[in-house]
Write a protein that binds this ligand. Sequence first.
Ligand code: GDD
Length: 317
Amino acid sequence: MTRILLTGASGFVGKVLHRRLLADRHEVFGSVASSPAPTDSGHHYEVMDICDRTSVDAVIQRVRPTHLIHLAAVSNVAVSFKNPMLTWNTNVIGTLNLMESLKAHAPDCFTLFVSSSEVYGETFKRGELLEEDAACAPMNPYAASKLAAELAVTQYLRQGLSGVIVRPFNHIGPGQSADFVTASFARQIALIEAGLQPPVLKVGNLEASRDFLSVEDVCDAYARLVGVPVGRLEHRVYNISSGSSRKIRAVLDELLAHTTVPIEVQTDPERLRPSDIPVAAGSNRRILAELGWAPATPLAQTVESILDYWREQIAAG
Ligand code: GDD
C-alpha cells in the first residue's frame, strides 16, 4: 500500500495533486502548516510545521509514509527578495527537518523533492533548451534556496535514502495566487470588467519569456514518478517542461483577446525585480523518454480557464 505524505497540501499545486493521487487510489496524508486543517470530504490532513523538527517527527512517526512529496515552500521569486530569511528557513531548513526525520523514523520512504527550473538561472542566458546536467547558477534567493535544498536532499540520497528531484518550469492554472504573473493579469482583467478596478492593468517585465505548463500536466508528471517502483528510475533529476517558451507580453495579449473592455497597460515599477531571467525553456527529453510524459494541455486553454476562474471568484465576491 502506498502511503503518501504530501507537504503544501493546501497550496495551489497541492490541492490539484492531492485530488490526482486520490484518483490514482493512493492513501494520501496532506500536510498543512497550521490549524485549522481543511475539511474537504475524503481528504486526510495533518498539521505540520516543517520548520519545527518536533512537529515533523510527530507526523512522520504517525503517518509512516512510504512516499513523501515535498511541495511546501516559499515559492515566489519577488517575495524571496523581500524576505530572504523566511525563504531560506522554509525551503532549506524545512527540507532538512523532513529528511532528518525520514532518516530516523522512515528510512525506506521515497522522497519526491520539488525543486525549480529557477536553479539554472544565469545558464538560461545561453539561449538553449536546458538539459538536467546544465550548470546551476541561481539569480535570486528563491532559486538559491532551492539549489541548496537539492544539495541537502542529494546528501541523504547518497547515504541510502531513495528519492528523486524534479525541476518544474512555470506552472499555471485556476486557483493560483495573484502573486504570479498569469493569475495577476487575469484577476485585474476580471476586476476591470466588473467595474472594481480602473481600466489600467499594472504589469512588470513583459519582455521575459517562460516555459509555461498547466498545473494538471505538472501533477501528472509527479503522479507518474511516484508510480514507478522504488529503485527503478534511471536518473536523480528530471526537468518538467514543455520545451518552448512564450513571452509574457504574448500571454498578456492572449488574455486581453478574451475581453471586450478597453484596457490600458501600464508598467508598475514595484513589479520589476532586481534581476529577472530573460528567457527560460527546458528540455523534457529525459522524462519523455523514460516515462512517456509530455504536456497535454494547450496553453491557450489553460489561460482561458484562469480568466474564467477569476471572473467567477470576483462575481462570487
Ligand atoms: N508575478 C508577476 N507579476 N510577474 C510578472 C508581472 C507581474 O505583474 N509582470 C511581468 N512579470 C514577469 C516576471 O518578471 C517574470 O519574468 C515572469 O513574469 C514570471 O513571473 P512569475 O509568475 O512570478 O513566475 P517566476 O518565473 O518568477 O517563477 C515561477 O516559476 C518557477 C519555475 O520556473 C514560480 O512559480 C516559481 O515558484 C517556480 O519555481
